[in-house]
Design a protein around this ligand. Structure first.
Ligand SMILES: *[C@@H]1O[C@H](CO)[C@@H](O)[C@H](O)[C@H]1NC(C)=O
Ligand SMILES: *[C@@H]1O[C@H](CO)[C@@H](O)[C@H](O)[C@H]1NC(C)=O
Length: 271
């Protein structure tokens, strides 16, 4: 099975300009989301999570996740930005459900990592947004970056508005695409374990995680994988790619390894 990037391709396909990405899809494929997770409970927030949205003819549509690293900076995947028109992108913070209004900021510009190579390395990008977010640290706040190398066997948590099913059910979009943020926990594995599990091209700039019948899916791209430390939560990874069928048995998800890029990211908190 082919590896695939995890953005919500259907939205971008509407634009017509994304034949390249769309052509990655086998026939009958439609985008999907986190598998094997659960709703973030009512009243609870994941303050660092944002929805990356694109202005289409049908209105604002969620297509990727991202994380807040400063009041006016969002960390996401390069493939969530590549080829897109920044002036049609915005981020929504402070929401649990995509139906909430939350706090919307325009994307003024983005910087894709210069070494980005699709499905190979450096799949990260920093968005510069306006107006800056107002932190209350409960519904909206920043996530710290994990600057230490993370090995295998570490419990990690992913959040996103991705599909809940392994493949989308036809005509059941309310089931396929929950509006409520999903949260799912599994473990990192070593890069060698990841290659052994079929993700042949995984490099040191990436980190993998897996768990039984769970995983990231297309609308989850760019979203944050976090771990608990003595100093609070830290972001370990950025959703990059996985297999076409999400959460299949114990297939791994591949993330951009944040610790490889902390210097570059911090260097882009001001530009
Ligand atoms: C980007 O989108 C804006 C707003 O829709 C539009 O005015 C502009 O022409 C677009 N730029 C490109 C390069 O497509
Ligand atoms: C939120 O957390 C940041 C970093 O810990 C802190 O500087 C800021 O004062 C906090 N803001 C509020 C409103 O608590």
């Amino acid at each position: 099975m082919a590896p695939i990037e995890l953005l919500l391709i259907g939205v971008l396909a509407i634009e017509g300009a994304f034949g390249r990405l769309n052509s990655r899809q086998p026939s009958g494929y439609t985008p999907h989301r986190i598998v094997g997770g659960a709703d973030v409970p009512p009243g609870e927030h994941v303050p660092y999570q944002v929805s990356l949205q694109y202005q289409t003819r049908n209105g604002q549509m969620h297509f990727c996740g991202g994380s807040i690293i400063a009041p006016n900076r969002i960390l996401t995947a390069a493939h969530c930005c590549q080829g897109l028109n920044a002036s049609r992108m915005s981020v929504v913070a402070g929401i649990r459900s995509l139906q909430e209004i939350g706090s919307r900021s325009k994307v003024l510009s983005f910087t894709i990592h210069p070494d980005y190579k699709e499905l190979v390395t450096s799949d990260l990008s920093v968005l510069y947004i306006d107006p800056p977010l107002e932190f209350d640290n409960t519904t909206i706040g920043a996530i710290d970056l994990q600057s230490n190398y993370v090995g295998g066997g570490v419990p990690v948590t992913l959040t996103g508005w991705g599909l809940r099913l392994w493949v989308p059910f036809p005509y059941l979009d309310d089931v396929n695409y929950p509006n409520v943020l999903q949260r799912m926990s599994y473990h990192t594995i070593t890069n060698q374990e990841c290659r052994n599990a079929g993700m042949d091209s995984v490099t040191d700039t990436e980190v993998c995680a897996r768990g039984p019948f769970r995983g990231a899916c297309s609308g989850d791209s760019g979203g944050p994988l976090v771990m608990r430390t003595d100093e609070g939560l830290k972001q370990v990874g950025i959703v990059s790619y996985g297999l076409v069928v999400c959460g299949l048995f114990i297939s791994p998800d591949v993330y951009t390894r944040v610790s490889t890029f902390t210097e570059w990211i911090v260097g882009h908190l001001e530009f």
